[in-house]
Design a protein around this ligand. Sequence first.
Ligand SMILES: Nc1ncnc2c1ncn2[C@@H]1O[C@H](COP(=O)(O)OP(=O)(O)OP(=O)(O)O)[C@@H](O)[C@H]1O
Length: 377
Amino acid sequence: MKAASMNAHPSLLIGEPVKIQDGSAQPHAMVRFETVAKTYPAYRGKPGVVALQGIDFSIARGSITGVIGRSGAGKSSLVRLINGLEKPSTGRVVVDNRDISALTGRELRLAQRSIGMIFQHFNLLSSRTAADNIALPLEIAGWSKADIKARVTELLALVGIADKHDRYPSELSGGQKQRVGIARALATRPSVLLSDEATSALDPQTTRAILDLLANINRELGVTIVLITHEMSVVRQLARDVVVLDAGRVVESGHVADIFTHPKHPITQSFLAEASGDSLPVSLASRIVQEPGSHAVIRVQVRGAGAGDTLIARLARELGLDVSLLSARIDEIGGQHVGSLVLGIPVSDSGGEGATTRTLAWLSQYQVSAERLGYVA
Ligand SMILES: Nc1ncnc2c1ncn2[C@@H]1O[C@H](COP(=O)(O)OP(=O)(O)OP(=O)(O)O)[C@@H](O)[C@H]1O
């Protein structure tokens, strides 16, 4: 099979080359980082810290973008540059076609009204009811009492807690508090919503409900969402694009479906390996050993409905192997179906150990990401 004819089977092709979008080439982006660096100066004997360097990428208008990275990678600094709480040491941060890094005083405060933010611990005022927490940014913006009342009623309904109008934060569940936080962040009709680990303090079911709400808000209001998170499942479920930060640099960025199926950078690979470590059925995981056995166990990821069946059939036919399917699951990642298949490749019969090598080479021709997990007896 020649490379040219392989392109006739797009369902087998996954992971196009990673594109780091150049900020300057995206005039219609919602957020553009143009050669940004951020250094926190030395303070009281502590040395200065380079938090971000060489940051050059853009976030598309109306998209949902996840920002992932280890602790200290620079995620919070990146977000504080977007809402103007920090200034870059060099470069520009352009939000909705305005250079937010150049604004100060009243101009900055006005620009900040179009950038909402939600937090891990909700940051609600305990002395105010849900309605009064949501009203706060409108009071600051100088809205009339009647307009505030109408807008707050609308927002409570939008986030699904119309009946909690007069409740204090202490009377609300975590999910309800985050709904108040979301309503407050949307009060002044921002074009960007920044989320700093907004679901990290919530249980899985509540997390799912809040992510669904954010997806609806993105779809219905067109708000661009930027999520900082350490939870790969959040990026997988909600985001279309992802930016991976390591030691203050963007090491990988692009569509979630591309990057999660074909991670190039070791830091991305290790994030995904940690996140998928428990994805094998226990009955299979407990049988996998590292000493050679009768079958090599290979995990592959394929994109598109039906791509897995096609792959196995062609692998068996073209290499003449008796391939067995040990496990399979299909996830929706960045709005696309991605199948994770675990294959058993016979090593003891005619093909010998060479069958595994030939299988891996065959898969790599198709740019299918594959890893050998070990052997089963
Ligand atoms: N105000 C500050 N003054 C000095 N150094 C800072 C300040 N804020 C962050 N840093 C440093 O900058 C680097 C990046 O920090 P940042 O908080 O942006 O990372 P992060 O990826 O958000 O980490 P975490 O996940 O732990 O919150 C770290 O070395 C941190 O110690």
